[in-house]
Structure formats: C-alpha cells, structure tokens
Ligand binder design. Structure first.
Ligand code: K7E
Ligand code: RUQ
Ligand code: CUA
Ligand code: CA
Length: 644
C-alpha cells in the first residue's frame, strides 16, 4: 500500500511538474527554467532520495492528532486569500477554530452589516461598505524582545491596497488603513524594534511593499507613459495605523522582511525592469532585493526632503538608485539576486535575509551586518553582502527555519520541500565543494507556495512543526466538483528527516501563515460593557426614541428574550437598532436577524452592536435570535412592526 502510493505520488508529481513547466515554456519562460535545470547537480542527485521519502508516514513522526477535549499547542494564523478573511487553525491538529472576517462580508457575525464594522471598513455615501472584495496574503504578528507579544496581527488586502489589524485578545479586526498612491500591495512585515529609539524593543511600524507600477498621481495623466509609473514602499504606524511615509524605488516590490534590530527592512523585487508585460518583467538576468535604511528615511522626512503625490499628504522620499548613489547617505540599497525572486525571510539568528529565486533554482543568503557596513561606507561592493547563492531545486518560493541552523524552502515546480543548512551553504558558496548543504527533501502534494515552521519568524524558532501551503490538492480529498480545496500539509521537523504527518483541506486560498505558541496569546472571553459607549446597561432602559423620522431602538438580549417584545416604527423611518448582550456567561452569544431587511449580526457576551436601515416595507417582521443560546432559542423573538 505504502509503496503503491509512493509510486503514484511520484508519477503525479512529475506529471503536474512537467505540465506546469510546459505551460510556462509555452509562454516564454523556457530560458529561466532551462537555466534552472543545468546546474542542478546536487538538486538532481537528491531528488531520488526525496522520492523515497514520499511514502505516507503513518505511524512515524509526532502524532498531530488531539484527543477529544485536548487543546492544541499552537495557534496557526492563516490568510484566507481572495476569500478576504483570516483564519485560525489549531496546530498540530489542523482544526479550524475561527474565521475572522476582514475585507469580506460575513453573514454569521454581521461584518459589513453592523455600523461598527462599516466604520472600520469605510463606507460609500449611501452607507454601504466602500469595497466588497479583498485578497489577503500575508499575516504577521507584533513583536517584543524578538518574539511574539500577542497584541496584534496584520494582514494585507492586495486588491484594494489595505492593511488590516487584528486584535489578538479578541481575534477581531479593529482597524483598516487604505494605502495611498499604490496598487498591488503585497508583502507586509512589522518591525521588531524601533529603528530610531533602540530602547523601544517592540513593534512600532508595519512596512508594506507594492507590486504594481502606477502613475503618480493615478488620476488619468501619464496613462501611456510607463516610464513615469512608479512603486512606493509604505510605512504604517503600528498603533495609530496612520501612514507615516512612503519611499519611491526603482523596480517593484513583492514580499517584505525586517531585521531584529529594527534598522533594516527589505523587499524582493522581480520587476526591476519596470516592465508592463511579463516578457519585459523577466528580461533581466538579475533582479534585486531592495533594503531600506529606516532611520535615514525618517531623518529625510524630518528634514523636509520629500514630495507628496496628488491629494495625499503622505511624505514620499526618493529611494531610487540615481538619488542614492553614495552609500553613506543612501536611503536604499539594491542587492542583486537572480531572476524574478519571490519571498524574503529573516533567519531566527538575526543574521540573514534569504531571497528565493523562483525563476532561478537558487536561494540568495544576504548578510545583514554587511548591508549595514555598506550603508556605513565600509564595503566597496554591495554584492559582497551576499553570503551564499546556492541551488535548491525548481521554483523556490518561501523559506522557514527550525532554529537549529536549517532552512526549509518550498519548491513550487518540484512539488517539494528542501531542508538545507545555511552555514553549510555559505561554506559551499565560499568554495568548499565538500560542504553538503542539502539535508533532506520531501515531496509534498502539490505545488507548495508558502511554508512556515512553529515560531519560525521569531528568535524562539522551536523546530517542531512545519506547515506547507500546497496550492493544488488534486486527489487528496473526496471530490467536491471542479473547485478543489487546498492542502495545508503538516510536517514533523523535530528530527533529521522531515516526516509528513497530516493533510488538512482548506477553503481557497490561504497564502502565508504563522504558527504561534499558544502561551503567547491571551484572549478575553467576555467583553467589557464599559468599552461600548452605546451599551444599554439596564434592561429597564430599553426604549424606542424618535427624533423626526429617525428612530433608535435601545435593546438588550438576555437568554431567552430580547428586552422589548415589540417595537413600532413608521414606513419611511430611518431605524437604528442598538443591541447589548447582557448575558455574562462565556460562549453565550445571541444573534439578531430581521427578515426582508438584510439584517443579521451577533452580539457576544457584554458586547454592543448596532445596525441602521430604512423601514420601507410595512408589515410584521419577526426579529429572531440566530445564534443557538438556550432551550428557548427558537422562542427568542421580538416583533418589528412597520406601520404604513
Ligand atoms: Cu508567495 Cu502572496 Cu506570499 Cu502567495 S505570495 S504563495
Ligand atoms: S432547529 S438545534 Cu433549526 Cu433543528 Cu436548530
Ligand atoms: Cu438568543 Cu438564540
Ligand atoms: Ca525580472
């Protein structure tokens, strides 16, 4: 059985890999890919060993399953891709614990329905949410002393260039900021220490890369002058969520990494060509990883050395090559990396950023101390910041770490994880051809994008579990029609060999995720009434207030009833229902739905929410509790009477 599966796995992998490559070759990618194939001596030698490791690891590796009632050891904070949401998985079990609506609408919670959520989402003049779509890619959390402090997570919206913040005490979105002057906002990363005041050893800023070039301002001018388009790197204040500044670069940006000392942020660039079409974007043999000297950029802003774009008041500094030729005053540094890199990750020893090659089979290891030396004028050539550039296999994208000196990189085209040792790679690159940097290979199912390991993005990387976000699940799950789930695979990395222990189907389409030790996060299980200015503290104060044709219903829920059995309004009134859940018991959530009025939302214990709608349909409308709360849940109703 095991043998059979491993053989068919291998052939499927080759089929998918080959067809993907053929497809790419067909559209002109052959140059990059055949270059990949050439030098892959070590890659080729190791792939047969990798195939042997394909056998499903039943009975091997740590057991990821949890018994009934057993809690997980880690929170997995997952992006939801173009579902627009964020998700929380328990790991290692893979159980989905929560979906956090962010840029999407959510009927269950009323996100996009309630006035409070609309205030966060932003509205059009007619009161409906400004945007209905979002595309979340990258989730990263706040730091203190080089590890997670459990305060916030951030997630980007690539479609409408928004940054959202999630409170990790409630696992709810509390702020959304739309970035000006950019499109294709993709990579994000919070800083890990204040770059200016080094005594502040926690997250203060969030950095955002943008992929797509646009005219500045993008108001109809310069439509046909791509040479005038540009891309801006954005800094957002972690507390206020206001945009602090932007920095114009040559080329574009993709993912973002930050250093543990707070001084550097970087973004991989796949379009240094400033191309409009993909052929142009892959014409150069090398692109870059652009580094930002944060303290210098902020000094430049202080010194007034900036412009603004269109109506935006955000200061924009010039980080282009021409303006930053002298390292000693440069705001930016461009480290050349091979063809169209994707992914840049900071190693937990705080020494390196690793840029994966995508169209090149390589990973580039950049030494941060040398980047700082270059900015100090102590390094004559920026290329000397490269500590290693080694072959890993086809289509390297993202890298995770185990805290024991090993890196784990996804190979999209090879459908494989490669475990490699960073110190050995540096030796190999330095000329020691006996250095064996590839430690292990593991076939995954299939076409992995992101990967991350437990606590990998912190100084406390613990090398226990690795999750691999496989973009295609093919036949790993029961067929459910044309749309397949994705496959988040779980790998035990506590030993020398990677051991694949579980497949977890997920609704499309997660990209990035982080795996956080559960004791880093402290949640509150019941809200505090005092945090809600509109709260109705005493059910006796339940009432209907009228000012002209504006009617406000002050209402409370307490199982199994709403505090008003009916409330009357007149046709044409603008009605606001403010509902406070006075139940104090953990888990005792109520819902509130109004038929035909497009209203449904929940209130958690001691929480207050409101909705506003126009009572344009006379009649009786049974407002009912949607969230099962009590033996009399079905009876928990109240009548909205709209008189004509
Ligand atoms: Cu590689 Cu948006 Cu992080 Cu997807 S990006 S996989
Ligand atoms: S009722 S317990 Cu619709 Cu059967 Cu819910
Ligand atoms: Cu209240 Cu169901
Ligand atoms: Ca390129």
């Amino acid at each position: 059985m095991a043998k059979e599966e491993s053989v068919s796995d291998l052939s499927r992998r080759q089929f998918l890999g080959t067809s993907t490559m053929l497809g790419l070759a067909g559209i002109g990618l052959s140059a990059g890919l055949s270059a990949c194939k050439d030098g892959g001596a070590q890659a080729a030698a190791d792939s047969s060993a990798g195939a042997a490791a394909t056998a499903p690891a039943h009975g091997a590796g740590h057991n990821p399953h949890k018994l009934p009632g057993q809690l997980d050891d880690y929170y997995g904070l997952w992006s939801g891709g173009h579902s627009g949401e964020m998700r929380v998985l328990g790991l290692p079990s893979g159980r989905e614990i929560k979906r956090i609506p962010v840029f999407n609408m959510d009927c269950m919670s009323g996100w996009g329905i309630t006035n409070e959520s609309k205030a966060i989402l932003g509205t059009k003049p007619d009161g409906t949410p400004k945007y209905m779509v979002g595309d979340t890619h990258h989730v990263h959390a706040s730091y203190a002393k080089g590890t997670y402090d459990g305060r916030y997570a951030w997630v980007n919206d690539k479609i409408n260039s928004r940054l959202a913040r999630i409170r990790l005490d409630t696992f709810e979105c509390d702020k959304i900021t739309e970035l000006p002057n950019v499109q294709g906002f993709h990579g994000i990363f919070p800083d890990k220490r204040d770059p200016v005041d080094q005594n502040v050893d926690h997250t203060t800023r969030v950095f955002c890369g943008s992929e797509f070039h646009i005219p500045h301002p993008n108001d109809g001018r310069d439509l046909e002058s791509p040479e005038k388009y540009g891309a801006l790197f954005t800094c957002v204040d972690a507390e206020t969520m206001e945009v602090r500044w932007q920095c114009k670069v040559d080329g574009n940006m993709d993912l973002v990494a930050t250093s543990y000392d707070g001084k550097l942020a970087a973004s991989n660039q796949y379009n240094t060509e400033n191309g409009i079409h993909y052929e142009d974007m892959m014409s150069a043999e090398r692109d870059a990883c652009v580094f930002f000297n944060i303290a210098r950029i902020e000094q430049a802003v202080k010194d007034g050395k900036f412009k603004t774009v269109g109506d935006s008041k955000v200061p924009v500094v010039d980080g282009t090559k021409a303006a930053n030729a002298d390292p000693k005053t440069a705001l930016t540094a461009y480290v050349p990396v091979p063809k169209n890199p994707h992914g840049v990750n900071a190693s937990p020893d705080a020494k390196y950023f690793i840029c994966a090659g995508k169209l090149s089979p390589t990973a580039t290891v950049i030494e941060l101390e040398k980047v700082l030396a270059w900015f100090d004028g102590k390094l004559d050539d920026i290329k000397k910041t490269i500590a290693a550039e080694v072959e890993l296999g086809l289509g390297p994208l993202h890298t995770a770490f185990d805290g024991r000196g090993n890196a784990y990189t996804t190979l999209f085209l090879d459908s494989q994880m490669v475990k490699w040792n960073v110190a050995e790679a540096i030796k190999f690159y330095g000329g020691d051809k006996n250095a064996k940097y590839v430690v292990d290979r593991l076939d995954v199912q299939f076409q992995p994008g992101h990967t991350n390991a437990s606590m990998s993005e912190t100084r406390e990387a613990d090398g226990q579990w690795l999750a691999v976000g496989c973009k295609f699940s093919k036949d790993r799950f029961l067929p459910v029609g044309p749309l397949h789930p994705e496959n988040e695979q779980l790998v035990d990395i506590s030993g020398d060999k990677m051991i694949h222990v579980a497949d977890h189907p997920v609704y499309p389409e997660p990209h990035d995720f982080i795996i956080v030790k559960r004791d880093k996060i402290k949640t509150r299980q019941v809200y505090n009434l005092d945090d809600f200015p509109l709260a109705l503290k005493d059910p006796k104060e339940s009432r209907v207030e009228r000012h002209g044709n504006k009617v406000t219903i002050h209402l409370a829920s307490q199982a199994p009833a709403f505090s008003l059995r009916e409330f009357k309004v007149k046709k044409g009134d603008e009605v606001t229902v403010i509902l406070t859940n006075l139940d104090k018991v953990e888990d005792l959530t109520h819902g509130f739905a109004i038929p035909k009025y497009n209203v449904n939302f929940i209130v958690n214990p001691q929480e207050t929410k409101s909705v506003t709608f126009k009572a344009d349909k006379p009649g009786i409308y049974w407002c009912y509790c949607t969230h099962f709360c009590h033996a009399l849940h079905l009876e928990m109703r109240s009548r909205l009477i709209v008189e004509r």
